[in-house]
Design a binder for this molecule. Structure first.
Ligand code: GLC
Length: 461
C-alpha cells in the first residue's frame, strides 16, 4: 500500500503474490467449506430472471368487477396479482376452476430463455408452486397441478433444458410455508389459522415430497423459498423444519443453492445467500452473498392494469448498485396466461441487454470497492490478468461535471468511458483524490447509466 492508501504492486511483488495465492488457493480449495464453492457461480453471475407464472396469470389482477389494489375490500389493498385469490376474495372452488383454463399454447421455453440470456441474465428462477398451492408441473404428490390442466407438455422440463442449452443456471421458487390449497398449509393472517398438527401433515405429505420431486425430475441449481417474518413463519417455520428442508436438499442435491428466505427470521448458517425483501436495496455491505428480488412494475404475477413500468435505466442502476455492494439483482417478469411475455417487459429486457453488451465488464465477476463514493455514483472493481480496473457508474445525473473520486491520480494509467472508449481527462485533486472532467452529455446521463473505466497502473517502480 502506498502512503495515500492505494495498493500498488511492483512486477516482482505481483509474481510472488501470484505464487503465494496459487499455493494458498490449492490449500484453501480443500479447506473451503462446500457452501462457499457452491455459490461461486452465483457471485459471478450478478443478474438473474425471476418468473411468477401460474393460475393467477389468467385473472391478470382483476376478478368479479374488482381490480387490485381495491380498498373497498378488507384485504384488497395490494398490487400483487399472485395474491388475487385471497385479496379479491375468490372462493376456493372458483379459483380451482382456473385449472381447466390454464392452457399456455404460445409458451416457448427457448424464446423465454433467449430473452433472459440476451438481457445479460445468467440464471433463471420460476415459481414451481406459489402460495395458491398449484404445482406448475405434473406432480405425483397432488392433483392440483399442471397434469390436471388441458396443457400436456412439461413446462419446467422444457425450461430446464433450455437453460442448460443456453448456459443459464436454473432454479425454483417454492412456497413452503403458505399453501392455500392443502388443508394444513399456512394462510394469510386475516383467515382462521391452521393448527400445528395440520401444518405438519402438509409439510410431510406435500411440501417435502414436492421439493424432492422437483430435485429428482429437474435437478435445479437453486431453491428460492419464501417467508417474510410474519405470524405464519413464527408459527410454522421452526429452525427444526428449516433444517429438515435444508438437509433434504443437501442430501439429494449437494450443489443446489438455498436462499435466506427459507426463514427470514432465522436463516441460520447453512443457507447459501441472503435474500432481501421485495424491491429492497441495502445500504451496507453484507457478510454473505445476497440478492434483491425486484419487479418491473408493482406486481409479480401478470397484472393487465398495472401500468407502473420502471424505465430500463432505473433498473440498470439497481443492478450496478447491488453489484457495487457484492449483491445480485433478480428481476421479475410476469408472463401472460397464454405463455407470452408482455411486450413492455421484452422492451426493457432488450434495452438492458444492450446496456450489458457494452457495460457487462463492470458487472460480471466484479466486486465492491471499499471506498465512499459521491452521491449518485457507485463503483465496482475487477482484477484481470492484464491489471486491475475500477468501474465508476453514474446512476443519477451529476450537476457538477467535475467529479471528485477517492482514488490517487498517480495510480491511474488510463481513464475512459467503458462503452465508447472516449478518453476522460483527469487531474489530481489533493489528499489522494482524483478529479474527472466529464462531458456534459455524460454527466447528465442523457443516455442512461454511464460507466467510466479507470485502468490502474501495474507497477510501482
Ligand atoms: C412476497 C410475496 C410474493 C412474491 C415474493 C417475491 O413474499 O408474497 O407474492 O412471490 O414476495 O419476492
Amino acid at each position: 500500500m502506498n502512503n495515500k492508501g492505494a495498493i500498488i504492486y511492483s512486477g516482482k511483488q505481483l509474481f510472488l503474490i501470484a505464487i503465494c495465492c496459487s499455493f494458498l488457493g490449492a490449500l484453501s480449495s480443500k479447506a473451503q467449506s462446500p457452501s462457499t464453492q457452491r455459490a461461486d457461480w452465483f457471485k459471478e453471475a450478478r443478474f438473474g430472471m425471476f418468473v411468477h407464472w401460474g393460475l393467477y396469470s389468467i385473472l391478470g389482477g382483476s376478478y368479479n368487477g374488482h381490480t387490485l389494489p381495491d380498498t373497498s375490500l378488507k384485504n384488497g389493498n395490494s398490487w400483487y396479482a399472485e395474491w388475487i385469490q385471497q385479496r379479491l376474495e375468490v372462493p376456493k372452488e372458483e379459483y380451482r376452476k382456473l385449472v381447466k383454463q390454464f392452457n399456455p399454447v404460445e409458451f416457448d421455453a427457448d424464446a423465454w430463455i433467449l430473452e433472459a440470456r440476451n438481457a445479460g441474465m445468467r440464471y433463471f428462477v420460476i415459481t414451481a408452486k406459489h402460495h395458491d398451492g398449484f404445482a406448475l408441473w405434473d406432480s405425483k404428490v397432488s392433483t392440483y397441478d399442471l397434469g390436471s390442466t388441458p396443457y400436456k407438455k412439461d413446462l419446467l422440463g422444457d425450461l430446464a433444458k433450455a437453460c442448460r442449452k443456453y448456459g443459464l443456471k436454473f432454479g425454483f421458487y417454492y412456497s413452503h410455508c403458505e399453501d392455500w390449497d392443502h388443508p394444513g398449509g399456512a394462510v394469510p393472517s386475516w383467515l382462521p389459522q391452521k393448527k400445528e398438527a395440520d401444518f405438519e401433515k402438509y409439510w410431510k405429505e406435500k411440501c417435502l415430497p414436492q421439493v424432492s420431486e422437483l430435485i429428482q425430475r429437474y435437478h435445479p441449481d437453486l431453491f428460492w423459498f419464501d417467508t417474510w417474518g410474519d405470524e405464519q413463519e413464527k408459527l410454522f417455520i421452526s429452525d427444526k423444519r428449516r433444517d429438515e428442508l435444508i438437509a433434504l436438499i443437501r442430501k439429494q442435491a449437494p450443489n443446489c443453492l438455498i436462499n435466506g428466505r427459507i426463514s427470514w427470521l432465522s436463516p441460520g448458517n447453512d443457507i447459501d445467500f441472503l435474500e432481501m425483501m421485495d424491491n429492497s436495496y441495502p445500504n451496507e455491505l453484507q457478510q454473505r452473498p445476497w440478492q434483491t428480488p425486484a419487479t418491473m412494475v408493482e406486481s409479480w404475477g401478470w397484472h393487465a392494469k398495472d401500468y407502473n413500468w420502471k424505465p430500463a435505466s432505473e433498473m440498470m442502476g439497481y443492478l450496478v448498485s447491488n453489484t457495487s455492494k457484492g449483491g445480485n439483482y433478480l428481476l421479475n417478469i410476469g408472463p401472460k396466461a397464454d405463455g407470452t411475455i408482455p411486450p413492455m417487459a421484452i422492451r426493457r429486457l432488450r434495452e438492458m441487454g444492450g446496456w450489458m453488451v457494452a457495460n457487462g465488464e463492470a458487472i460480471y465477476g466484479a466486486v465492491p470497492v471499499h471506498k465512499e463514493m459521491p452521491k449518485g455514483v457507485v463503483a465496482t472493481e475487477k482484477k484481470t490478468a492484464s491489471g486491475n480496473n475500477i468501474y465508476i457508474a453514474l446512476i443519477s445525473p451529476q450537476a457538477n461535471p467535475a467529479l471528485v473520486l477517492p482514488f490517487n491520480a498517480e495510480d491511474i494509467e488510463t481513464c475512459s468511458m467503458l462503452e465508447t472508449a472516449l478518453p476522460i481527462s483527469f487531474t489530481p485533486a489533493g489528499e489522494g483524490k482524483l478529479k474527472l472532467l466529464l462531458p456534459e452529455k455524460i454527466a447528465s446521463l442523457s443516455d442512461g447509466v454511464q460507466v467510466v473505466k479507470l485502468k490502474l497502473k501495474m507497477t510501482g517502480n
